[in-house]
Design a protein around this ligand. Structure first.
Ligand SMILES: NC(=O)c1ccc[n+]([C@@H]2O[C@H](COP(=O)([O-])OP(=O)(O)OC[C@H]3O[C@@H](n4cnc5c(N)ncnc54)[C@H](OP(=O)(O)O)[C@@H]3O)[C@@H](O)[C@H]2O)c1
Length: 337
């Protein structure tokens, strides 16, 4: 039971793409490139000449995306690395493969993949499916690849960690430890009201706040260390991707409501402006947040990606500490920067 996409035209993508420098000699790893913003970003990086590593769970969608990216591009190279973000064991295997694929370091790790408003259930590791997919596995991946990022930073002057948040970060007041803990399946049930605090949406909001808080924590630690690795975060506004189809299929959004809502949004290409800016724009700085606007629902849905500072709702000592300590507890390891 999917919904029919309205089919929105891209308005700003070419302007950004045409302003970006060559990425020849750079290696970029992007999670979730089978569709949506990840596919667009991978395609763009390939066209700019990068070696692109596609972190996807194995599927026909992943195979088809790889073939399409190769067919679209003559400049870049694409390699699939199996990585199921619902499983820490899979993420650990992917990190090992990244080490063999990146002998000269990793220039960009883009933690893009995500799921939205799914039912309340636990992964094999015991965490909420949304929190593990959207944040905890990306935290683990970043920790395991941090040496590769530092290597690229030392060799070529900088490297970047790019996280993908959402307007939904503002749908919850503050980050709560319970959502980062081993409480999968016990986090409020399957309430699906997006506008009136349905539990599926509260869990999604917590994950997207975690993406922003992770960036703030990284930025603080990297700055203190004088690291050449930058931490940036983006949001895509409301972008016409497969995210809404997955949520509709899972029962998190109604078909008719979704179709009406998406008319207020933008194309998947324009939705990728934020992450692509973070990945490739020479002026993007650590600690910046790129997206079409920083206001809440209905004020930041579409438009060119603009750079904003991080917000105090998550860039504060308590939230940064909570995010880091709970994420380390979840992966069962320290992440020292
Ligand atoms: N679209 C929007 O309006 C919107 C708004 C705010 C934020 N975002 C954020 O944008 C990011 C990209 O989403 P999108 O809109 O481009 O949606 P999308 O088209 O559904 O793409 C999501 C990607 O994540 C991958 N993924 C999901 N679960 C995974 C897992 N367990 N392991 C590995 N990969 C997995 C999917 O791969 P499979 O083919 O394996 O499922 C897919 O490639 C997400 O972080 C989302 O929260 C989107």
């Amino acid at each position: 039971m999917s919904y029919e996409k309205p089919g929105l035209a891209s308005k700003h993508f070419d302007d950004l793409f045409n302003s970006l420098p060559s990425m020849e000699g750079k290696t970029v790893a992007i999670s979730g490139t089978t569709s949506g913003t990840g596919f667009v970003a991978a395609n763009a990086c390939g066209k700019l000449g990068a070696k692109v590593l596609l972190l996807n769970r194995p599927s026909d969608r992943a195979k088809a995306a790889l073939e399409k990216l190769k067919a679209n591009n003559s400049n870049g190279s694409f390699t699939q690395i199996d990585c199921d973000l619902q499983s820490f064991a899979s993420v650990k295997k992917a990190a090992k493969k990244l080490h063999t694929q990146c002998p000269d370091g990793l220039d960009v790790l883009c933690n893009n993949a995500g799921v939205m408003a799914l039912e309340d259930y636990a992964t094999e590791d015991g965490f909420d499916v949304q929190m593990q997919t959207n944040h905890l596995s990306h935290f683990l991946l970043t920790k395991l690849c941090f040496d590769l990022l530092e290597k690229a930073g030392d060799a070529r002057g900088e490297a970047r960690i790019v996280n993908h948040s959402s307007i939904a970060r503002q749908q919850v007041k503050k980050l709560e430890a319970a959502y980062l803990g081993k409480n999968g399946g016990n986090l409020g049930g399957n309430g699906a009201s997006m506008l009136f605090g349905g539990a599926r949406w509260v869990r999604y909001g917590q994950t997207k706040l975690a993406n922003a808080a992770f960036t703030a924590s990284l930025h603080e630690k990297l700055t203190a260390k004088g690291s050449k690795v930058k931490a940036l975060v983006a949001h895509p506004g409301l972008a016409e991707t497969d995210l809404q189809s997955t949520t509709v299929t899972d029962g998190g959004m109604g078909k008719w409501f979704t179709k009406q809502l998406m008319k207020l949004g933008q194309s998947r290409e324009d939705g990728a402006l934020g992450i692509l800016t973070c990945i490739a724009h020479p002026d993007a700085q650590s600690g910046q947040f790129f997206g079409p606007g920083m206001g809440g629902m209905f004020t930041a849905l579409k438009g060119p990606a603009v750079g904003y500072p991080l917000e105090t709702s998550y860039d504060n000592p308590q939230t940064r500490e909570l995010l880091w300590s709970q994420s380390c507890a979840a992966i069962g390891d320290a992440f020292d920067i």
